[in-house]
Design a protein around this ligand. Structure first.
Ligand code: ADP
Length: 480
């Protein structure tokens, strides 16, 4: 089976979050299973052009002007072929979606052109059996296929319902779609253009990145205004938890670490902890529980709970190492915390792949108090690094982290600490339970071992996607 994977970021070429990790690893896992999967993505600044082979030229009117671009073929280091959509006026910029916390004004034009180029690849370069689109940036592919009466089976995956691609109605013409597509059963959404709806309405099969999130987004609480539509499409909506690329995220092979370790010998983890404390400027206390966090600092991730709980966290005697960037007010709050508790709180504002790995390895616990979390990758990485997750029960966190209770300990499934209420008190109580467990070396070692031995590899998820592609082909045949 041949699958064209349309996505706006992929490791190692461009990354702002988990989507890039998925797009870097899932196609390769599917290819190992015998599928021919190829990726189409924009050619951003910083992606090396050497060795890319021209495949197509693409000229499309976008609004009042014609954008001239090209498609160039390259390869991921893991062997996955990539079609890069090259249009310097749209993609040769410092950011992927924006700069300095502001989205680019012409994002609708940028991703409308990208989707048209992806359709051109399907027409003129390579004929897939299924097209798999990811998030709003690739959603218009489903609209173009539908309005051009192209029967190609289409699957759409929501990696985060919070980013829907909302634009003023006046920009609708940039899509190049007929006016009839700007309707309630199309892209119209309370008077605005909602690009993600193209995928949700016209793809034959929908998925999201955990089973719990697939249920949650059908409720008003998590549905971001789209829960009604998602309930209508419930029979076509599936949840598949993301996997981990263990060639990148495993402490036995991780190139970013000062020492390697595995489940049978955790000595290297102690060295990683000491090195991390030195790196971020905290006292090298081997027995201080070290809490790590790496995240986009946005309201989704729940760090307002952490800032509200900081006094209590400091009083527990833990050390907190945070890496993140995003909302300026959260950045300022954490900078202030680091200034107030220099012996206990270390904050790095920025995006640093190597430090993200060293925090996973050097921390004892990993904190994810998310308001919502479609899949979450960091808790899965943490398990493999023997870093016990402390998480809120939502989305993919609920599907991967099993709270420590007498029953789960007895069953041997306990692998972390989980709280329900979105309150600083619940966070503190659960962190307190984790710190108490940390003081019991036998129990702690057991939790680490359960986590490190768990298998969240992509091969498992790839099997589910293969089934969903078959289902997409079946449903598309019935729609015709
Ligand atoms: P999301 O996709 O919502 O950002 P995930 O947990 O699924 O959340 O994936 C986040 C990915 O981005 C992880 O690989 C994480 O290490 C990485 N990441 C997030 N923020 C940073 C940062 N400031 N520096 C380095 N890596 C980061």
């Amino acid at each position: 089976m041949k699958v064209l994977f349309c996505v706006s970021e992929a490791v190692p070429f461009a990354k702002t979050g988990g989507l890039a990790d998925v797009a870097g690893a899932l196609p390769a896992a599917l290819r190992r299973g015998g599928l021919d999967v190829r990726v189409v993505m924009p050619l951003y600044r910083g992606i090396a052009r050497d060795g890319l082979e021209p495949v197509l030229t693409v000229e499309r009117p976008v609004g009042g002007r014609t954008i001239a671009g090209a498609v160039r073929r390259g390869t991921m280091p893991n062997g996955t072929p990539v079609y890069f959509v090259d249009a310097p006026e749209l993609y040769d910029r410092p950011g992927l979606y924006g700069e300095g916390g502001r989205d680019y004004d012409d994002n609708l034009a940028r991703f409308a052109f990208f989707c048209q180029a992806a359709v051109a690849v399907r027409r003129d370069a390579w004929t897939p059996d299924v097209v798999h689109c990811h998030d709003w940036q690739a959603a218009l592919v489903a609209a173009y296929l539908r309005w051009e009466r192209d029967p190609l089976p289409t699957m759409f995956t929501v990696h985060n319902l919070a980013y829907q691609g909302l634009f003023p109605a006046a920009q609708f013409e940039l899509t190049g779609l007929p006016g009839a597509a700007f309707a309630m059963d199309g892209l119209e959404f309370y008077g605005q253009v909602n690009v993600m709806k193209a995928g949700l309405v016209w793809a034959h099969v929908l998925s999201t990145v955990s089973e719990t999130y697939a249920r949650e987004i059908q409720s008003p609480e998590y549905g971001m205004g789209l829960d009604g539509l998602l309930r209508v499409r419930a029979a076509d909506l599936f949840g598949v938890l993301n996997g981990v690329d263990y060639s990148q995220w495993d402490p036995t092979v991780d190139v970013h670490l000062p020492a390697r370790y595995g489940p049978d010998d955790l000595g290297g983890k102690a060295r990683c902890k000491a090195a991390l404390q030195r790196e971020v400027g905290l006292p090298e206390h081997a027995y201080a529980p070290l809490v790590g966090a790496v995240a986009r600092l946005v309201s989704q991730k729940g760090f307002d709970l952490v800032t509200a709980a900081l006094e209590g966290i400091a009083a527990m005697g833990v050390q907190l190492v945070l890496l993140g960037t995003g909302d300026p007010s959260l950045e300022a709050a954490f900078r202030a915390a680091a200034a107030r508790w220099p012996q206990q709180v270390a904050v790095t504002i920025g995006f640093d792949e190597g430090l993200a790995h060293r925090i996973e390895a050097g921390a004892d616990m990993f904190l994810m108090p998310s308001r919502f979390e479609p899949s979450g990758l960091n808790q899965l990485y943490s398990l493999r690094y023997g870093t016990v997750p402390v998480v809120r029960r939502t989305g993919g966190l609920a599907d991967s982290i099993v709270d420590v209770t007498p029953e789960t300990l007895q069953r041997g499934t306990a692998n972390g600490f989980v709280f329900d209420a979105y309150t600083p008190e619940a966070l503190l109580a659960t962190l307190g339970r984790a710190v108490a467990a940390y003081r019991d070396p036998g129990l702690w070692r057991f939790l680490q071992q359960v986590g490190m031995r768990a298998d969240f590899s992509w091969d498992r998820a790839a099997g589910r996607y293969r089934d969903l592609y078959a289902l997409t082909a079946e449903r598309a045949a019935r729609w015709r």
